[in-house]
Structures are given as structure tokens and as C-alpha cells.
Design a protein around this ligand. Structure first.
Ligand SMILES: NC(=O)c1ccc[n+]([C@@H]2O[C@H](COP(=O)([O-])OP(=O)(O)OC[C@H]3O[C@@H](n4cnc5c(N)ncnc54)[C@H](OP(=O)(O)O)[C@@H]3O)[C@@H](O)[C@H]2O)c1
Length: 240
């Protein structure tokens, strides 16, 4: 039977590439998104992958949304926590709202989603959970105290849950991308982009598909011995 996979923020960018890669690997895929109906509709039209709208920051909405996906596709085997946002500001200008928005989506959202699939995975003795962190959660970044804290938190969360899930057949891992050519990065002025690229030893931005292939491996049945790890995919920009 096909594995059932959920990709949060799966309608655009890296998440869309992940959803397509898991579909190509034979999974039944559901993609969630937060608000951009147009992008979600275009993604479904292109791929046939059903999209579901709610905020990962809302625990009850996650409970209801996951129940709906399981009613539509069956029990969830694979969860990819990809939904994420930035609200950048130097710390002396960062507002409590900017802090909470980022933590609520990037870290509490990961708790909300994972907590709602964990019991079922434990009962069925199988699960694959992958969270998309960031190079900036590993090394920190000017004007991203909120984002770096959330993404570093995702790594600590993962290392803890990997220990709890191991005997239940659940693996829990992180992929930490460097700079990837998504809308977010392509929207910055060319000069800034060139300066980012100059810091990447391979001399280019990453492609969303390169992150998706890491996720496809970690979520495969073959990756049962890999848990608690972080795959760093950043073109050599930072080593942990
Ligand atoms: N791009 C990079 O260079 C880079 C580097 C390192 C790490 N990352 C991480 O990779 C992940 C994907 O990044 P991306 O660049 O592909 O982002 P993106 O193009 O901005 O797409 C973000 C996706 O997340 C969804 N989303 C945002 N907030 C949400 C919420 N509260 N609830 C549910 N869905 C929500 C969006 O939905 P809507 O379409 O409805 O807005 C969209 O589908 C993020 O976690 C990001 O931090 C990205």
C-alpha cells in the first residue's frame, strides 16, 4: 500500500518540490498551506495533489485538518514539517509580534503537527518525520534572532523525539538547507543575491529539488537506521 505523506507548506517553494518528490516515490500526498489560495489551486491543477488550508500555529486546526486528511487518504505515515516564515529585524527593533509569529509557525507549528500524528504512528509502529530547519538555525544570522531560535529549536526537538520514537519504528530527522532559489530568495535585490552567492563555495544557490531529494531519502523505508540526524544541504557554506 502507498504510504500517506503530509507536507506542510507544500503548495509552494521547497514544500512543493518535496510534495512532488514524494508523489514520484509512490506516496499518497497531501499538501497544506496557510493562506495563498491561488498558489494552492495552481499546484493542485499541476500535480493532482490535494491541498488543505489551515495555520500550523493553531493546535485545534491541526487536529481537525489531520483528521480530514486521514479520512480522505488514510493514516499518515510521513510528516514533513516544511511550513516556515521569516519576520526579520535587528534585535533592538524586533517586536514581540515578530518574535511570536515566527516561533508560533516555525517551532510551535512543528509541535502542533507532530503531536497530532505521533499517537497513530506509535500504534502502527511506523513513522517518518522530517523537519526543514535552516543553515541560519545552525550558525545564527544578523536580524534573525527569532528565525534562528525557531530553527535551532527544531533540531533540539528532533533529537529528543528521535530517542522517543526509535523503539516504535518512528524516525525523526532534520534537513537544514542553505540558500535555495525560491520566491523568497529570488525576490531580494540582485546585488544582495550576488553577495549571498559569493559566500557559497559551490558558487550557486541550491534548487528546491535538491532539498526534496534529501527528504525523499529520509522518508523512505530504506532510511530506518537514520534518526536524530541533520542533513546539511548548503553548498559548503557552513559545516557543523
Ligand atoms: N528558501 C530558502 O532559501 C530556505 C533556506 C533554509 C530554510 N528554508 C525553510 O524551508 C521551508 C520552506 O521555505 P520556502 O522558501 O519554500 O518558503 P515559501 O516559498 O515562502 O513557502 C512557504 C510555505 O509555507 C506555508 N505557510 C507559511 N505559514 C504557514 C502557516 N502558518 N500554516 C501553514 N502553512 C504556512 C505557505 O503557505 P501560503 O502559500 O498559503 O503562504 C507556503 O506554502 C521554510 O521552513 C523555510 O524556513 C528555506
Amino acid at each position: 500500500m502507498a504510504r500517506v505523506a503530509v507536507v506542510t507548506g507544500g503548495s509552494r517553494g521547497i514544500g512543493a518540490a518535496i510534495a512532488k518528490a514524494l508523489q514520484a516515490a509512490g506516496c499518497e500526498v497531501a499538501a497544506t498551506y496557510g493562506g495563498n489560495d491561488e498558489a494552492a489551486a495552481a499546484f493542485t491543477a499541476e500535480t493532482g495533489i490535494k491541498t488543505y488550508k489551515w495555520s500550523v500555529g493553531d493546535y485545534e486546526a491541526c487536529t481537525a485538518g489531520i483528521a480530514q486528511i486521514e479520512a480522505d487518504l488514510g493514516p499518515i505515515d510521513i510528516l514533513v514539517n516544511n511550513a516556515g516564515i521569516t519576520r526579520d529585524a535587528p534585535f533592538h527593533k524586533m517586536t514581540p509580534q515578530q518574535w511570536h509569529d515566527v516561533i508560533d509557525t516555525n517551532l510551535t507549528g512543528v509541535f502542533n503537527m507532530t503531536h497530532n500524528v505521533w499517537g497513530g504512528m506509535r500504534e502502527r509502529k511506523f513513522g517518518r518525520i522530517v523537519t526543514i530547519s535552516s543553515i541560519n538555525g545552525q550558525k545564527g544570522q544578523f536580524a534573525q534572532a527569532n528565525y534562528a531560535a525557531s530553527k535551532a529549536g527544531d533540531i533540539g526537538f528532533t533529537k529528543s523525539l528521535a530517542q522517543e520514537g526509535a523503539r516504535a519504528g518512528i524516525t525523526v530527522n532534520v534537513v537544514a538547507p542553505g540558500y535555495i532559489a525560491t520566491d523568497m530568495v529570488m525576490a531580494v535585490p540582485e546585488k544582495v543575491r550576488d553577495s549571498i552567492i559569493s559566500q557559497i563555495p559551490v558558487g550557486r544557490l541550491g534548487e528546491a529539488e535538491e532539498i526534496a531529494r534529501c527528504v525523499a531519502f529520509l522518508t523512505s523505508d530504506d532510511a530506518g537506521f537514520v534518526t536524530g540526524s541533520t542533513i546539511t544541504a548548503n553548498g559548503g557554506q557552513y559545516f557543523t
